[in-house]
Design a protein around this ligand. Structure first.
Ligand code: URP
Ligand code: ZN
Ligand code: ZN
Length: 477
C-alpha cells in the first residue's frame, strides 16, 4: 500500500482544467497521488468544505528594489514573501533591477544577497534592463537566460528606467536570439513629462494629478508602439499591468492579427478608480493609491473584465510595489508633498490579489473556478517557465497548495495583513473567499493567518525558457 507524508483529505480539488472531489497524497514535497480514499498519511489534514487549489504564483511583485534616492520599499524578501504566503501564494517572481551604468550580472548577484535565506516562498527573478549596452545584450543577457533568468522587463517611462525605441528594439532582438520573454511597461515618457509640466505650472500638484498626467491615451499609444516593435522584430511580448479599455483593445487587436502579444492585469484595475486619488490636498490620502498606470474608472473595470473573460489577459498579478504611507519614508514625505511626481509610485497587494479576484470574479459570476486558478497560478507557471513543476495539482508537481474557504466573508483590513507597508489600498473592502492554509512543497507554512513557515523555506527557481517566448534555433548553439 502506498504511504504518504501528508494526505489532504476530502476537499474539492480545483485546477485550471477540472474540479473534482479528491484526496491529495504528498511525499517528499511533491504530489504523488490525487484520488478517492487514499490510504492514510503520516500526517492528515481535513479539507472538508474547502477548495484545494495550486498555490498562487504572483509573477509581478517588487521587493527590495533600489530606490534611486527616493524612499525605500516597505518590503524586502522577508516581509514581502511572508505576506505572499498569508495570501495563499507559494511562488513570487520579483525583479532584479540593473541601475544604469551597472553590470546586469552584478545586479543579479546583489539581488541574491537580498533574497538568500530570507524568503518564505519559492521565487525566481525577472531582470529589469535599464542600460542595454553591447556587453549586456551580447554577453550578460544570453548567459543569464541560460542560468534561469528567462524573462526581462523594459520600461517606456520613468526617468531612471526609460529606454528609447531603438533600445527596446535591440532588447527584443536579443530576446529573440536567446528565447527570453520580454515584459513591457507601456506608458509614453514624453507625453507624461509634457502633461506633468503643464499640471505643475497650473499648480495642480496633488496626488490626484498623477492620474491626470498619464491618461489612457498615453498608455494606449505606448502599447501600440510596443506591439509594433514586437511585430517588427518578430518577438512575443507580455504587456504588463493593463489598466483599461484603450490598452486592452490594442492587445485584442494584436492578438486577432495573430501576433504573440500576451496580457497581464491587476486587482487595482478592477477595484480602485482615479477618484480614490482625490483628496485634493497634499496631506489627504490620495497618495495611497498612486501607481502606474493609474486606476481609471468603473467603466474601465468592465473593459478589464471583458479582457479577462475573453482571454485577452493570461495573468492576473498584484504588481505589489509597497511603500509606507506615513513618515519621512512614506508617500507623504516632504518632497512628495511638493508634487505628485515625487510620490512613491506603487501600492501593496500581494496578500489580497487572490481574494479580490475570487470575490469579484468567481463569487460575482464573472469567471469560473478553473479560470481563477489559471489566472492566478497555472498561466504564470506556463508563461514563465515553471510548468510542470509549479501551477497545478497532479502527480509530479511540487506540493504547493492553498486550502481556500469559498464562503468566508472578510473585510480587508491592514491589521489582518502581513506586509511591511503601514496601509492597504483595499481597506474596508468586503470580500468572500479567503485562504485558510498554505503548503509550500508539502510543508504547512500558514494556517488561519498564522505564519508557520520560516524565512529561508523558499528556494530560488532557475526557470526554463518560456514556451511562449520566441523559439530558439538550437541548431546554432
Ligand atoms: O506603480 C507601479 N506599478 N510601480 C511599480 C513599478 C512598475 O511599473 O511596475
Ligand atoms: Zn511597470
Ligand atoms: Zn510593477
Amino acid at each position: 500500500m502506498q504511504s504518504y507524508d501528508l494526505v489532504i483529505r476530502g476537499g474539492t480539488v480545483v485546477t485550471a482544467a477540472d474540479t473534482v472531489r479528491a484526496d491529495v497524497g504528498i511525499t517528499g514535497g511533491r504530489i504523488v497521488a490525487v484520488g478517492e480514499n487514499l490510504s492514510p498519511g503520516t500526517n492528515e489534514v481535513s479539507a472538508d468544505g474547502l477548495l484545494v487549489m495550486p498555490g498562487g504564483i504572483d509573477s509581478h511583485v517588487h521587493l527590495a528594489q533600489p530606490a534611486f534616492g527616493g524612499p525605500a520599499m516597505a518590503d524586502g524578501f522577508e516581509t514581502g514573501t511572508r505576506s505572499a504566503i498569508a495570501g495563499g501564494n507559494t511562488t513570487v517572481i520579483p525583479f532584479a533591477l540593473q541601475p544604469r551604468g551597472a553590470s546586469l550580472r552584478a545586479s543579479v548577484v546583489d539581488y541574491h544577497k537580498e533574497s538568500d535565506g530570507k524568503s518564505y516562498c519559492d521565487y525566481g527573478f525577472h531582470l529589469i534592463i535599464s542600460d542595454p549596452t553591447s556587453t549586456v545584450l551580447g554577453q550578460e543577457l544570453p548567459s543569464l537566460v541560460g542560468d534561469g533568468y528567462t524573462s526581462f522587463k523594459v520600461f517606456m517611462t520613468y526617468e531612471d528606467l526609460v529606454l528609447s525605441d531603438r533600445q527596446i528594439l535591440d532588447v527584443l532582438d536579443c530576446a529573440r536570439s536567446c528565447g527570453a520573454l520580454v515584459m513591457i511597461h507601456c506608458e509614453g515618457y514624453d507625453a507624461i513629462r509634457f502633461m506633468t509640466e503643464k499640471l505643475e505650472l497650473a499648480s495642480k500638484k496633488a496626488p490626484y494629478y498623477h492620474a491626470v498626467s498619464r491618461p489612457e491615451s498615453v498608455e494606449r499609444e505606448a502599447t501600440h508602439r510596443a506591439i509594433s516593435h514586437a511585430e517588427l522584430t518578430d518577438v512575443p511580448i507580455m504587456i504588463v499591468h493593463v489598466s483599461g479599455r484603450e490598452a486592452m483593445e490594442q492587445l485584442r487587436w494584436a492578438q486577432q492579427k495573430g501576433l504573440k502579444v500576451y496580457g497581464e492585469t491587476c486587482p487595482q484595475y478592477v477595484a480602485l478608480t482615479a477618484d480614490d486619488l482625490k483628496g485634493l490636498n497634499m496631506d489627504e490620502s490620495g497618495g495611497k493609491y498612486v501607481c502606474s498606470p493609474p486606476p481609471r474608472d468603473k467603466t474601465s473595470w468592465d473593459a478589464i473584465w471583458e479582457g479577462i473573460r475573453s482571454g485577452v489577459f493570461q495573468t492576473f498579478s498584484s504588481d505589489h510595489c509597497p511603500f509606507f504611507y506615513e513618515g519621512e519614508m512614506g508617500k507623504l514625505n516632504p518632497k512628495a508633498r511638493t508634487s505628485f511626481k515625487w510620490v512613491p509610485n506603487g501600492i501593496p497587494g500581494v496578500e489580497t490579489r487572490l481574494q479580490i479576484l475570487f470575490s469579484k470574479g468567481v463569487v460575482e459570476g464573472r469567471i469560473t473556478l478553473n479560470e481563477f486558478v489559471a489566472l492566478t497560478s497555472t498561466n504564470h507557471a506556463k508563461m514563465y517557465g515553471l510548468y510542470p513543476k509549479k501551477g497545478s495539482i497532479a502527480p509530479g508537481f511540487d506540493a504547493d497548495i492553498v486550502l481556500w474557504d469559498p464562503n468566508r466573508k472578510e473585510t480587508i483590513r491592514q491589521e489582518l495583513l502581513h506586509h511591511g507597508a503601514d496601509y492597504t489600498p483595499y481597506e474596508g473592502m468586503e470580500v468572500t473567499g479567503w485562504p485558510v492554509m498554505t503548503f509550500l512543497r508539502g510543508k504547512k507554512v500558514m494556517e488561519n493567518g498564522e505564519i508557520l513557515g520560516s524565512p529561508g523555506d523558499g528556494t530560488f527557481l532557475a526557470r526554463d525558457l518560456s514556451p511562449y517566448a520566441a523559439p530558439v534555433d538550437r541548431t546554432n548553439h
